[in-house]
Design a protein around this ligand. Sequence first.
Ligand SMILES: *Cc1c(COP(=O)(O)O)cnc(C)c1O
Length: 433
Amino acid sequence: MNTKTSSLINTPVTFSAQTKSRQAARAFDAADELREFRARFNFPEEKNGLKPLYFAGHSLGLMPKRTEDYVREELAEWGRYGVEGHFHAKHPWLPYHEFVTPALARLVGAKPNEVVAMNTLTVNLHLMLVSFYRPTKKRYKILIENNTFPSDKYAVDSQARFHGFDPRETVVELKPRKGQLTVDKESVLEQIKKHGSSLALVLLGNCNYLSGQNFVMADVVKAAHDVGALCGFNLAHGAGNIQLNLHGDRADFAVWCSYKYLNSGPGGIAGAFVHEEHIHSKKIPRFEGWWGHDKASRFKMGPRFKAISTAEAWQLSNPPILQLAALRASLEIFDEATMARLHRKSRALTNYLQDLLRDAFADRLQIVTPHERGSMLCVRLRGRDKSVMNDFAGRNIFVDFREPDIFRLTPAPLYNSFEDVYMLVESMKAILE
Ligand SMILES: *Cc1c(COP(=O)(O)O)cnc(C)c1O
């Protein structure tokens, strides 16, 4: 590590009383090794003379300025070359998805042959369930969280029905213990043991979209494997947010979207991970399409499928190049910043937010997110409902509300500052007083 990158190590992750001023926040920003990344993003416009405070990176990440150039370049190549752009574009479209593979692999802790950018998230979840949820009369249950994202619940319910099972008996939901806000890891492990030989699959959101909770993946995977089940993850709130080690943790599969923490733009192209040990397995079925076919013979247009020997075998169609261009622009920034440094800043920013909130609101505000988390804090505002969102909007503050009563606040380490965090809490004081 060079000396230029070491400054943030000195930034405290807990904050004493004298650090809770705007001036102190600015001093943290001045010492932040990642501070210059902020200028590489487009922020929403000023409103009522107020600069935006953007804390919604868990919903739609901000647009990197270079994205426009990357997308324009592909439009220009299309204009210049027509169909020949597949071969002659500066970044040829035929292998275009391969250009993002190395960065994606680094981002999620995988080998390059284990990841692929394709489709959108729920589509990828279904494709993975086709391969990794193969219920039998004896082993058919899926263990998920009770506060899973609705799309995930619809996906597993419909997969259960597709296989002739009743979701009410098949889909088992993890619930927090009495008096607790989130499911602790021990109860996840207990439930896995309890359902044992009837358990086909464990599927967790990591982090959970509503609580921000992050599980220790290796422990959950091991528990699932110990009872003969498989284990997959929805990383919609993990990819680009927490440090992941999918290969080493031996996850069987994972899926994620890229428009949240990964800043690839609305509806951006999603990702999938298949553990190496499954890629060559003849026992794993797959829904197949021509883009998963062996590249050397794909254009012979033969009737028999020959799989690519990587996770690319799960590709169905030729991918959207404009979306891939946007993802490429964003992943280059992640590669430069590195997840290790982002994680460090994320912890400092999020702890700072938590401390300021506790100081300002004490028990008028409940922080749902446990310490095992990424950069999102999910909070309840006692006695206040969704209507507070109007006050946030009036002050040009971007946070979001999820039914029934959760406000989600995300300081994104690539583009949020300590001063942003300080100003958010000051504004919340004004709104809630
Ligand atoms: C955002 C999110 C989704 C959204 O699914 P799309 O297919 O991208 O529309 C699904 N699951 C989780 C856990 C999410 O956070």
